[in-house]
Design a protein. Structure first.
Length: 394
């Protein structure tokens, strides 16, 4: 069996909304449908009935995104009912997992044209109530928030594995001696790069506004923030800690989608591809050190692609926390930090869990198209201790 080349023809995303913000009134299935519809509309030569599958990442799935949000997006977007959809969950890596999943199908000939993406509404994530172990309990019952992090944890899990995500970032800071000032400086740079990219129109070609919502750009970018403002924030997880709300990614809502094709599918779109998918890798690590998950995943993916850090034109590393991003960079001494998140990262743009990986892959593809040639990487750390990476080329 021959392996087919897989191309990214286009990539779109919504502006990223803040928790309880502009997109909080929009259901996640509607967010997903919006980017699917926008993606199809941007390629008018493509007959939507030719789409072989739609794959979406979704980290929660406990609310309005239940019952296969990918299939719901197909139906709500008005695509033919013959187009199937499947939802995948690798927590924060779900959107990138969807891209990799769809790319495998195209590479193996199971699909010629596929849509891959991700969605999350952290604002609308519900509380859930477990069923009682016996009927008619007399006492109070506990509701669990599904917005973020551990809940209904199996008591057999070792306590050191199930620390809060922010405490995991503190552990990475401890491991690499990353101080508060360094983390705040990283966060400030994220906001400045994102604000500059928007001001220059660099996101105009990939961001599709949601009709009826007044959100012209990513909602969490703070143009006016400063080291002084960031320094005033109290540590969030340890009384004497270094991780704050200012140097961590916020809670967010948003969606992203990419159009993936083989050579036959490329002819059907009548378009020039943004980039080609070269390799991917996933790895595991101790759950409490999840922030360092991308370290080995990126190294493996680059090795599969026959590339090195010195070959990279751009690198989109999800900024779950400044501490974990800096910890990863510390373990990649060969990487030029100037190519990392050139248009800002998740600390400024936001991290709508299931959508982030698709956003990163789309960002790399658009940046490579702008550059005209080169190699790029999209990578994320993943709660419960995993890392995921994708290599693109143009």
């Amino acid at each position: 069996m021959s392996i087919r080349d897989v191309y990214i023809v286009d990539a779109v995303r919504t502006p990223i909304g803040k928790f309880g913000g502009a997109l909080s009134s929009v259901r996640p299935d509607d967010l997903a449908a919006h980017v699917v519809r926008a993606l199809v509309d941007r390629t008018p030569e493509l007959d939507p009935a030719r789409i072989d599958d739609v794959v979406f990442g979704d980290a929660n799935g406990a609310g309005e995104d239940n019952r296969d949000v990918a299939r719901m997006a197909v139906l709500l977007a008005g695509l033919p009912v013959s187009v199937p959809g499947v939802t995948v969950n690798r927590l924060c890596g779900s959107g990138l997992e969807a891209v990799i999943h769809a790319a495998r199908a195209v590479a193996l000939g199971d699909a010629s044209i596929a849509v891959a993406g991700g969605v999350e509404s952290m604002s609308r994530a519900p509380w859930v109530l477990q069923k009682p172990e016996r009927a008619f309990p007399a006492g109070h019952q506990q509701l669990h928030s599904t917005t973020l992090g551990w809940r209904m944890t199996n008591p057999r899990m070792p306590a050191e594995w199930t620390v809060q995500l922010g405490e995991g970032a503190e552990l990475v800071a401890d491991k690499h001696g990353i101080g508060r000032e360094e983390q705040d400086a990283f966060a400030l740079a994220s906001h400045r790069k994102a604000a500059e990219a928007w001001a220059k129109g660099l996101y105009d070609g990939e961001v599709v506004a949601y009709d009826g919502v007044d959100l012209p750009r990513d909602e969490c970018i703070r143009d006016a923030t400063s080291m002084e403002a960031l320094a005033k924030l109290k540590p969030s997880f340890r009384p004497d800690g270094t991780v704050t709300a200012g140097n961590a990614s916020p809670l967010n809502d948003g969606a992203a989608a990419l159009l993936l094709v083989d050579d036959e599918g490329l002819r059907a779109t009548g378009r020039e591809p943004l980039a080609r998918i070269r390799a991917s890798a996933v790895t595991g690590i101790e759950p409490q050190l999840f922030g360092l998950g991308p370290v080995e995943a990126v190294q493996r993916a680059l090795a599969k692609a026959g590339r090195s850090f010195g070959d990279l034109t751009t690198f989109e590393l999800n900024e779950a926390f400044a501490a974990q991003s800096l910890g990863c960079l510390a373990e990649w001494p060969e990487l030029d930090p100037s190519v990392v998140n050139p248009r800002g990262g998740a600390i400024a743009i936001g991290h709508p869990l299931g959508a982030s990986g698709a956003r990163l892959a789309g960002a790399v593809a658009h940046q490579l198209a702008t550059a005209g040639s080169g190699t790029g990487v999209a990578a994320l750390c993943i709660g419960v201790g995993q890392g995921l990476a994708l290599v693109l080329e143009r």
